[in-house]
Ligand binder design. Structure first.
Ligand code: F6R
Length: 253
């Protein structure tokens, strides 16, 4: 695992956009996340697109997760969020955005989504945020390390965390469809970004703690090409920071 530390959230977005831009090419398959962390990275990609430096033509986009029961027009559905925050500003035809279907039979939607990923040839690079409890996608602690896209119940902490996007916590759906930890592991590359002091514990556990279902994001340790990009605040709990900085400064050609 490669750990990259930058001073600010804006610098994290720049590093993440540099990495993602390498996968935004005809035939590329990109896994995208929602939540607040990736927004600055998406702004950076959109700015590059605006300057004519990047075209997402011919790229397929796969979301990590979706709320059960919210249709495409619901403002808090991850489909709508990704359309508004990334797909439409990048001028991508929405038929290239794939999101688990929150209105389908939730017991079948996961398997259908797995088939869509397979049919696209697999995800080249999956962007990830991390929850304060170490979740990735909506794989809460104790999720099987080998799980596939499926129906899950949110952790009460996640309901609380995500209430900020809704009018009240009661409105946050309790059920979601999420790529599994096994699905995420099959992506060619994993890129996890985290910013802010509230992520410091989760970052320390996922980078330096044991590989464990208690911290789903720790599966990055098992992946052959995982990169974690964090700001100062999110890096605050890392014990081996000096090594990560040394490794970055002395990266082989
Ligand atoms: C979003 C997702 C979640 C978020 C995580 C962090 O698609 O799957 O795992 O990445 O909850 O959310 P933020 O970035 O809002 O702190």
């Amino acid at each position: 695992m490669e750990v990259v530390i930058r001073h600010t959230a804006a610098e994290v977005a720049e590093v993440a956009a540099d990495i993602l831009a390498g996968y935004i090419r005809p035939g590329g398959v990109l896994g995208v996340a929602t939540g607040s962390t990736p927004i600055a990275t998406y702004h950076e990609l959109i700015a590059r697109h605006g300057r004519g430096e990047l075209s997402a033509e011919g790229v397929e986009f796969f979301a990590l997760d979706e709320y059960v029961g919210l249709d495409h027009d619901h403002p808090q559905s991850y489909y709508r969020t990704l359309r508004d925050e990334l797909i439409d500003p990048l001028e991508v035809d929405p038929e290239h955005l794939h999101v688990p279907d929150g209105t389908a039979d939730p017991h079948k939607a996961g398997g259908i989504y797995e088939e869509q990923i397979l049919a696209a040839g697999g995800i080249d690079c999956q962007l990830l945020g991390v929850g304060v409890n170490g979740h990735i996608g909506f794989n809460e602690p104790t999720s099987s390390l080998n799980s596939v896209t499926r129906l899950k119940t949110l952790h009460p902490q996640t309901v609380k965390d995500n209430a900020r996007f809704f009018d009240s916590a009661e409105e946050v759906p309790r059920h979601v469809l999420t790529q599994g930890l096994g699905t995420i592991q099959r992506a060619g590359r994993l890129l996890l970004i985290a910013t802010g002091a509230n992520k410091a514990d989760a970052v320390a556990k996922l980078v330096e703690g044991p590989l464990s279902a208690a911290c789903p994001a720790s599966i990055l340790q098992w992946h052959p090409h995982a990169t974690v990009v964090v700001d100062e605040e999110a890096a605050a709990g890392l014990a081996n920071r000096e090594y990560y900085e040394f490794a970055e400064a002395n990266k082989p050609e």
